[in-house]
Design a protein around this ligand. Structure first.
Ligand SMILES: Nc1ncnc2c1ncn2[C@@H]1O[C@H](COP(=O)(O)OP(=O)(O)OP(=O)(O)O)[C@@H](O)[C@H]1O
Ligand SMILES: [Mg+2]
Length: 309
């Protein structure tokens, strides 16, 4: 269910984090790709509003993708726990598992090896999302292991980048928020998620902070905006798995804020063992330990996301 971060620990642990190590663009990356320029572009993009909160009769879901091509940065943990926190605050929420690893599906107690209809069918056979939704703490559109073959199966299909967007648009009226978990890559599954999304939340593990990775993600978003989905923008960059006692983590956040300014959420997700325990029980931390600190981190994030409306 869990997966290891794919950044070598040796690069950052034990040694003081140097801003240059992670900010300086590497060979092949032009100046215009620098994070500051990217931040400016983000800041310029108009904010969209969504009035689909509870009580409003006409729902039109805000669609949020959780993306970072780096593995193990808490994409799935954030997608699930934010989704549950948004539900707790009275919203109707769907989570879509676009990762063949099926971690979000498993985190709601469903075995991805045993489902007969999954996001594979939605993407490859244009099945309705409604047919692959399981009702758990929140509604979950489930993944299965065969989703790994979806990129190849879609490769020769027309409109392959827009399959998820099409499916999501059909059910936007049923929800206030749709949270899409993505795999640790910028392949066709993630491209589908970014094309379907209004907003992107980028979880960043401060310990393994990679500005270079964030710049790659910004470049992909720019490409998506130019070719597939002009309105998609970053909702926020979320520092996760924070050990706020270490100088290293403080520096990492300072560097993030220097480079991305207001795009960095005020909310902080600190390290807590409950985050590793909850998925084993097939539950969010909000259900597993409702009064614990870990749950409050995501309740605070939900408030911040709602305040952006
Ligand atoms: N705040 C936290 N404190 C401690 N452990 C955490 C925290 N958030 C997530 N984890 C744990 O870290 C691991 C990786 O988290 P998660 O699966 O959410 O990352 P991911 O980005 O979705 O990974 P992948 O790229 O493989 O999909 C999991 O075991 C998870 O339980
Ligand atoms: Mg994941």
């Amino acid at each position: 269910m869990t997966s290891k971060p794919n950044t070598p620990a040796s690069k950052t642990t034990g040694a003081r984090l140097r801003a240059d190590d992670i900010v300086t663009p590497k060979r092949g990356e032009s100046k215009k790709d620098a994070p500051k320029a990217a931040k400016k572009a983000e800041a310029k993009a108009p904010k969209t509003t969504n009035k689909a909160a509870s009580g409003d009769k006409k729902r039109r879901a805000k669609v949020i993708a959780f993306a970072n091509q780096k593995g193990g940065v808490a994409k799935t943990t954030t997608a699930l726990n934010l989704a549950v926190a948004l539900k707790e605050s009275g919203h109707k929420v769907l989570a879509i598992d676009m990762d063949p690893q099926g971690n979000l599906t498993m985190s709601q107690g469903i075995d991805p090896d045993k489902v007969d209809k999954s996001m594979f069918d939605v993407l490859v056979h244009e099945m309705s999302l409604r047919e692959v939704i399981a009702e758990r703490e929140i509604d979950v559109a489930v993944s299965s292991i065969d989703l790994a073959g979806a990129e190849i199966a879609m490769a020769a299909q027309i409109g392959r980048e827009r399959r998820l967007q099409k499916a999501v648009n059909e059910i936007r009226g049923d929800y206030d928020f749709i949270c899409i978990d993505t795999p640790p890559s910028l392949g066709l599954l993630t491209i589908n998620a970014l094309t379907a999304a209004d907003k992107v939340i980028v979880p960043v593990q401060c310990e393994y902070l990679s500005m270079r990775g964030l710049m790659q993600l910004q470049n992909t978003l720019r490409m998506i905006r130019e070719n597939l989905n002009p309105k998609v923008e970053i909702e926020g960059i979320l520092p996760t798995m924070l050990d706020s006692r270490t100088v290293h983590a403080k520096e990492a956040i300072e560097i993030l804020e220097e480079n991305f300014g207001d795009l960095v959420f005020q909310s902080r997700i600190k390290k807590a063992i409950k985050f590793a325990e909850a998925p084993v029980r097939g539950a969010s931390v909000l259900k597993y330990d409702p009064k614990g600190k870990a749950a409050t981190y995501y309740r605070d994030l939900a408030k911040e996301v709602i305040s952006h409306e």
